[in-house]
Design a protein around this ligand. Sequence first.
Ligand SMILES: Cc1cc2nc3c(=O)[nH]c(=O)nc-3n(C[C@H](O)[C@H](O)[C@H](O)COP(=O)(O)O)c2cc1C
Length: 221
Amino acid sequence: MDVYEALYTTRAMRRVKPDPVPGHVQARILDAAIRAPSGGNSQNWRFMLVDDRAVKASLGPLYRECIAALWETSYADRLSRARATPDDPASRSLLKVQASAQHLADHFESIPLFLMAFSRNDPSGGSIFPAVWSAQLAARAEGIGSALTTVLGIFRKEETFAVLGVPPDRGWEMACCVSFGYPTGRWGIAPRRPAHEVAYRNAWGAELGIEIPEPLWPNPA
Ligand SMILES: Cc1cc2nc3c(=O)[nH]c(=O)nc-3n(C[C@H](O)[C@H](O)[C@H](O)COP(=O)(O)O)c2cc1C
């Protein structure tokens, strides 16, 4: 697959089939992930694949508590505004993300594979998220959808560490839990604010000098 196709179409794919991800595909995903950069090449990371039914059954209820906590905290105001103005495009988009994220939570146990990523001495996440994104891009190349989630490590870290047997006293943080599976829907280009609206040149707020009104893949105009 063309690298730009992977970059433009790797979306949060939360609706997936229960079909297992074959071992050789898991190997490709992990081996691509650990090629990623880390500060000083420290590779102060650990990854854990989770596909065991009993482990997923223990994590599912925790994950749903986390998602409920998310809606009730940092998303509460935005969600109540969106519910009050459901026809506004921004509201529609937020409510769609919420429905999709809730779907993942409600079907946690039937997701075939999760990748948990842990890091140490990496408060910014700058040394773990490149590897996580590489895993997601490699999965995309294999026709597998993924969704990056952080709520378990934020709201239920201790309980999650206990389920997974992560030593609680060695400085590990849980960066994220990424779901993987074969999508039920189609791949599409990730809609985003165009680059020239969020990028400057030489000084904060200055014009970029380039206009990119349409995605440059598949037609690099
Ligand atoms: C740091 C981070 C945390 C995220 N946490 C969650 C999460 O807890 N649950 C979830 O369903 N999606 C989560 N996501 C996925 C985002 O919601 C998703 O990337 C965003 O809505 C864009 O989706 P799209 O690429 O399909 O347009 C997270 C993404 C990032 C980068």
